[in-house]
Design a protein around this ligand. Structure first.
Ligand SMILES: [Zn+2]
Length: 294
């Protein structure tokens, strides 16, 4: 391929070429083994041109991701992927109109009407991933979103700190609440305390720190925690920026490194079954057809 051909390509074609090169070199033999149902995929506006819908879906499938919670800023990104593949995509309603809105949504008096308007568009299955920290989780707008979730039994997927998570868990009784990134570096004792108190509390493990030692072996404390609470953890890749899409094959392979250190049934729960329990397959197609018929 000549350089002039490459320089004449549109930017997204060059990006696609880059993806293809990445894919052909990645660790596929490992990636074929454990099918993943991923709790943390984003398809935000900065990806729409450089990674078209069909390519994004193809990348997920090639990385062995057969189902995924998808959210986006704006949330129309989740709608695009869902409409193209309602079997693979579990759409999450992200409460942001834009990146800027991410920092104010929890104080937005118009939030409820924004959410209601979007709930009519497709069969959204949950709210998130949303960012809110500390006392900001205790606003009227957040309470209204939780009430909508409770009416519809839609899980929450929250990127928050320990105080924010405690507030959400108290307010969202009866609802599954997923902590994105497992609080990053929150001590495992604190995670375990919440797992004990709240039976509908789940931990999603993208970017979770301290799980493995330098030789990529699960630490004894993480090994024990994952085994003890095998029904409460979810894998996630968090494709929040283009490079995370590029690295999807490597990141899924990395997750399989620690999953393979667990008993097979524990690995299967964390890799797939827990997501399927929270977002059963049977509802997906039915609700999508309902939405289309409206
Ligand atoms: Zn996050």
């Amino acid at each position: 391929m000549s350089l002039s051909y490459i320089s004449g390509m549109k930017p997204y074609n060059i990006f696609n070429l880059f993806f293809c090169l990445m894919l052909s070199q990645s660790a596929f033999s490992e990636n074929e083994e454990i099918v993943l149902h991923d709790a943390h995929i984003h398809y935000s506006q900065d990806m729409w041109d450089i990674l078209p819908v069909d390519q994004a879906l193809k990348m997920m499938k090639e990385a062995g991701v057969n189902r995924a919670l998808v959210s986006a800023t704006p949330t129309e990104g989740a709608e695009k992927l869902f409409k193209a593949d309602p079997d693979l995509v579990i759409p999450m309603l992200r409460p942001y109109k834009s990146w800027r809105h991410r920092f104010t949504w929890f104080k937005d008096p118009e939030l409820k009407s924004y959410l209601l308007e979007h709930l009519k568009r497709i069969a959204y299955r949950g709210f998130g991933e949303f960012h809110v920290f500390g006392e900001d989780a205790d606003t009227q707008a957040v309470a209204q979103m939780i009430a909508l979730a409770q009416e519809r039994n839609m899980p929450l997927h929250a990127h928050t700190d320990l105080l924010g998570m405690n507030i959400l868990l108290r307010k969202a009784s009866g609802l599954a609440v997923i902590w994105a990134h497992g609080g990053f570096d929150v001590a495992t004792e604190k995670l375990e305390a919440l797992l004990k108190i709240y039976p509908e509390f789940y931990i999603e493990l993208s970017y979770r720190e301290g799980m493995m030692d330098e030789s990529l072996k699960l630490t004894p404390e993480w090994n024990a925690l994952l085994n003890k609470y095998q029904k409460r953890f979810l894998v996630g890749m968090d494709t929040y920026k283009p490079s995370r899409w590029v690295n999807l094959p490597e990141n899924t392979a990395h997750a399989r490194v620690w999953l393979k250190q667990l008993p097979e049934n524990v690995a299967a729960d964390i890799a797939r079954n827990n997501l399927d329990y929270l977002f059963p397959v049977k509802h997906n197609k039915g609700l999508y057809r309902d939405a289309l018929n409206k």
